[in-house]
Design a protein around this ligand. Structure first.
Ligand code: PEP
Ligand code: MN
Length: 337
């Protein structure tokens, strides 16, 4: 249930409303919009009656929160969520440009790429230190050493960091080095991990599961938000379909659908979505045109020798050209870099 209070309701009255809802066994979350408090009361349907709540002091109206995701829904939070990460306000008119290698491979590689993507206009450096690889024999990442390198490279060029956390026991470690905690596609439904990142105050980026519906994905965001962390963004990275000419099928439908259903920012990852270097730029351009709040793109100085995802990594010069095109498209859709 969503309880809308009258504008200007004194805090003591608002607090009484929240207490009464809690006493009925409901979890209570509040947001304020245009001077009006909006309270989501979540729990057993029928725990309180809509028409009774409407008679309580301070209450203007009640609404049914009909979607299974509540805190992630636009009904609860009509204005776009904006998440400040370094120099970037993610979800605002400023597009978030995240770029870097699939995996951190060493100091020289990380610094070379960080310098190139910063010069091109990126504000966030991506790089995996703990890698979810399909094969146990493939490079698994440099671990904490990789995180230290990534942090130093980002700091040297004024960038923020996004890196994947694979395990709930690693959350504290990742939170020490990374500005955004990335939940990988394979872990989108790892609810213990979602709960753990929900207890931090770090922005979280949830990649869409390989075979997940938009609703399941938004419910993963809900798991994080229900623990108190409201700084959640989504990342469309392609889903599994019957198509085999591309690594995945980048579902750009998700951009306008998520924008309508939710107030959370949505980032698009054309690198994993397509998997083929010369098809990354067209899909990145399309994502921005479709209204994405940002891009995350794999860039490597020597993709032929990359330890992961070289075939989908852009050369720095290609990334540079892409950013110039993105600037032009951004302007048409009322955004900027
Ligand atoms: C990655 O970002 O390198 C990655 C492993 O992504 P995903 O979880 O989308 O496969
Ligand atoms: Mn990758």
């Amino acid at each position: 249930m969503l309880v809308l209070l009258k504008a200007g309701t004194p805090e003591s009255v608002a607090s009484d409303v929240m207490t009464r809802l809690r006493m009925a066994g409901l979890a209570v979350h509040r947001t304020d919009h245009d001077g009006q408090a909006r309270i989501a009361a979540i729990g057993e349907p029928g725990a309180v009656k809509f028409d009774e709540v409407e008679k309580w002091p301070g209450v203007e109206a009640t609404q049914k929160l009909s979607r299974p995701f509540k805190l992630a829904s636009r009904a609860f939070h009509p204005q776009d969520t904006i998440i400040q990460v370094g120099r970037c306000s993610i979800g605002s008119e400023q597009l978030a440009l995240m770029a870097g290698p699939c995996s951190v491979e060493g100091e020289a590689q990380a610094f070379t790429i960080a310098e190139a993507v910063a010069k091109a206009g990126a504000t966030v450096l991506r790089g995996g230190a703990f890698k979810p690889r399909t094969s146990p024999y493939a490079f698994q990442g440099l671990g904490e050493e990789g995180l230290k390198i990534l942090r130093r490279a980002a700091d040297a060029f004024g960038l923020a960091v996004v890196s994947e956390v694979m395990d709930s026991q690693q959350v504290g470690l990742l939170a020490r080095y990374s500005d955004i905690l990335q939940i990988g596609a394979r872990n989108m439904q790892n609810y213990a991990l979602l709960r753990e990142v929900g207890h931090t105050d770090k922005p979280v980026m949830i990649k869409r599961g390989l075979s997940s519906t938009i609703e399941e994905w938004l419910l993963s965001a809900e798991h994080v938000m229900a623990q108190g962390n409201r700084q959640v963004m989504l990342c469309e990275r392609g889903i599994r379909t019957f198509e085999t000419y591309t690594r995945n099928t980048l579902d750009l439908n998700a951009v306008p659908v998520v924008k309508e259903l939710s107030h959370l920012p949505i980032i698009v990852d054309p690198s994993h979505g397509v998997g083929i270097r010369n098809k990354i730029a067209p899909m990145a351009r399309a994502a921005v045109a479709a209204g994405a709040d940002g891009l995350i793109i794999e860039v490597h100085n020597d993709p032929d020798h990359a330890l992961s995802d070289g075939a989908q990594s852009l050369y720095p010069t290609q990334f540079d050209e892409l950013v110039a095109q993105i600037r032009t498209i951004a302007e048409v859709v009322g955004r900027r870099l």
